[in-house]
Design a protein around this ligand. Structure first.
Ligand SMILES: [Zn+2]
Length: 273
């Protein structure tokens, strides 16, 4: 199909500084799923989308309107409802998807993809420094989530080169940016090591997809590293704010980010239409 395009929408489980659409990704997703349904879209999992693009064409994806959904950073709030200290009870992304059993592309419930941070030490430190310090950034739900069919688990690097970590698995010059990952040694520490850990923790049920931390990439990663690691990975995602099309590049698949590329339901409507 000539104009084939699939917007990939991204939400952050930890983005909840308020209770309105534009300041709470859980509130936003709840409304957005209604809009997606109203506009006649179905939700296709990222792994199926990538497979369709680069491996095996699936005729069912050639006609109709599709959107894909991903979640970044992998706190417990992707999977489990929680009580926010200021905003009260919030539904997890997984449970919001479960409210729309008719939205899946194949007649099943819609499936999103959680890109998780692999390192247990990094998650534990971030739990203390970035959120409430209540042990809410665990990997105990990954396998269960992958098995129950509403979330795919995928790779968002070893430690996100997160700006608030005391030490990184790569050097301190990488703090707060992923753009400087330009050697196989560093890339293996941040990407391959994470992949092995995530596969182990999910009993081999994760999907071989990567999302660049901060949406930042380097020519080395897209032109050399990932093409040399196709035995491990199928595709990598940026946050370039465009739909995936037939012309999209395997190691630079674009996504839209809630709060950056749209802040209201009307803005999302414009992206989808
Ligand atoms: Zn992230």
């Amino acid at each position: 199909m000539k104009d084939w395009r699939v917007p990939v929408l991204t939400y952050h489980g930890l983005h909840a500084p308020g209770w309105d659409y534009h300041e709470n990704d859980h509130v936003a997703l709840e409304q957005d799923l209604g809009l997606i349904d109203e506009l006649g879209f179905k939700v296709v999992p990222l792994s199926v989308l990538v497979n369709h693009l680069f491996c095996r064409e699936d005729a069912r994806l050639e006609s109709g309107k599709f959107v894909a959904i991903s979640f970044d950073d992998g706190s417990d709030f992707d999977y489990q409802d929680f009580s926010h200290p200021d905003w009260g009870y919030l539904k997890s992304f997984r449970n919001l998807l479960a409210n729309w059993p008719q939205l899946g592309w194949d007649g099943c419930a819609p499936r999103g993809t959680s890109f998780v941070i692999a390192s247990p030490a990094a998650r534990s430190e971030l739990d203390q420094t970035c959120i409430a310090g209540k042990d809410q950034w665990r990997d105990t739900w990954w396998r269960e989530a992958a098995e129950d069919g509403l979330l795919e688990i995928a790779n968002h690097s070893w430690d996100h080169t997160h700006r608030s970590l005391k030490s990184l698995v790569v050097g301190p010059e990488h703090r707060g940016t992923f753009r400087l990952i330009r050697t196989m040694k560093d890339a293996d520490k941040e990407i391959l090591q994470a992949e092995k850990m995530i596969r182990e923790k999910t009993g081999g049920q994760s999907v071989p997809l990567f999302a660049y931390p901060y949406g930042e990439l380097s020519d080395y990663l897209t032109d050399e590293y990932f093409p040399s690691r196709t035995d491990w990975f199928m595709a990598a995602f940026t946050t370039a704010g465009e739909p995936v099309t037939r012309e999209s590049e395997r190691w630079k698949l674009p996504r839209f980010v809630c709060g950056d590329h749209w802040r209201t339901a009307d803005e999302l409507r414009q992206i989808l239409e």
